[in-house]
Design a protein around this ligand. Structure first.
Ligand code: TPP
Ligand code: MG
Length: 370
């Protein structure tokens, strides 16, 4: 049985799954996280930004203007809802589908797009793979795309914070596929034993590229792995931004208060391809996609905002225009940036460059000029 200490024990139509947003836009009062109007609108804006950014970046990739992209369409409530629940001093350790979380933390759009383009405006100086951005100022760790490797990193940061008595927590995102990795076990076990203040956030989007979640585990829901590591496990409707926000907020508060780690499993669905290099029609049934698309997280949160009188057609249209314009401007500014300076390949290792590095730099400059 799942432990229910993180959320009010109650029956709902999805069984053990926490759900707050009802289909008509009303909320289950027993689980309502009571977001203020400003916060609810900020959450919706963050999710809309991620949706529009995804569509625009996939189009840029198809035009050859960026090399690669991993979209998150359908998962915006899980990604932005979880990020929204964290405090600025907390760290966020991403998987690779969370630009929405970085932007919510204040990462400038232009920096993000320069990283996608790997040009002179890339804060990572062109040293990372495309779509592997970092926003250290916003406590947002670099993406590491080997599946699951970020989970022990997050646990280590959380444990370090505990040792230093810092009153903060860590949120780590990973997919259903990552629960099959040794890294998941290592991190969960260590965090459980040492009570590291870490919120393990599993974005269960039903697929690991072409492998369905039924092939990841013969066990029951992924959240049920938590008690085996001595921590709380909770399953939420991951297309319900308020349910995600509430569950992560409770877990993060508990972690900061010394009550140890927790696992939150968010049930979502990847509406689009795994990445710009994938064709999901080769391995999954479009009928399944349609069932999940009917639970579109943006539509559900928008219904809630409208039911409260906080949103309408006019605001929707101006938000879409505002975000569209911001992205257009950021793309134009990013495309105007020069290439990564060749010098950056040789910097930041030695205080004084060695003779051979100086020689190689000279050769590299002449190749670039030539
Ligand atoms: C160690 C490792 N093995 C394989 C891959 C190739 N790979 C990239 S993403 C992915 C699927 C991961 O699925 P999941 O954890 O469910 O995350 P999702 O992509 O669905 O968000 C795989 C197998 C990799 N990046 N790293
Ligand atoms: Mg997955």
């Amino acid at each position: 049985m799942l432990s229910h200490r993180l959320h009010a024990a109650r029956k709902n139509p999805l069984g053990d799954i926490v759900r707050v947003l009802q289909d008509d836009g009303s909320v289950d009062p027993s689980a309502d996280p009571n977001l203020s109007r400003d916060d609810a609108v900020r959450l919706y804006r963050g999710m809309t930004l991620e949706r529009i950014l995804d569509n625009r970046m996939l189009a840029l990739q198809r035009q050859g203007r960026i090399g690669f992209y991993g979209p998150s369409v359908g998962q915006e409530a899980a990604i932005v809802g979880a990020a929204m629940a964290m405090e600025p001093d907390d760290w966020i350790v991403p998987q690779y589908r969370e630009p929405g979380a970085a932007l919510l933390r204040g990462m400038p759009l232009k920096d993000l797009i320069c990283q996608f383009m790997t040009n002179g405006g890339d804060p990572a100086k062109g040293r990372q793979m495309p779509c592997h951005y970092v926003f250290a100022k916003g406590h947002y760790l670099s993406i590491s795309s080997p599946v699951g490797t970020q989970i022990p990193h997050a646990m280590g940061i959380a444990w370090g914070m505990k040792l230093r008595k810092e009153p903060a927590a860590v949120l780590v995102y990973f997919g259903d596929g990552a629960t099959s990795t040794p890294d998941f076990h290592v991190a969960m076990n260590f965090a459980g034993v040492y009570r590291a203040p870490c919120v393990f956030f599993c974005n269960n989007n039903q697929w690991a590229i072409s492998l369905p979640v039924s092939r990841q585990t013969a066990g029951a829901p992924l959240a049920e792995k938590a008690p085996a590591y001595g921590m709380e496990g909770v399953r939420v409707d991951g297309m319900d931004a308020l349910a995600v926000y509430g569950a992560v907020r409770r877990a993060a508060n508990a972690a900061r208060n010394g009550q140890g780690p927790a696992l939150v499993e968010a049930l979502t669905y990847r509406f689009g391809p795994h990445s710009s290099s994938d064709d999901p029609s080769r391995y999954r049934d479009e009928k399944e996609v349609a069932v999940w698309m009917a639970r579109d997280p943006l539509v559900r949160l928008r219904r809630f905002l409208e039911a409260r009188g906080w949103w309408d057609e006019g605001r929707e249209a101006s938000l879409e225009k505002e975000i569209g314009d911001e992205i257009t401007q950021a793309v134009a500014e990013a495309e105007a940036m020069p290439p990564v300076p060749v010098e950056t390949f040789f910097e930041d290792v030695y205080a004084e460059p060695t003779w051979n590095l100086r020689e190689e730099l000279g050769e590299a400059r002449s190749v670039r000029r030539g």
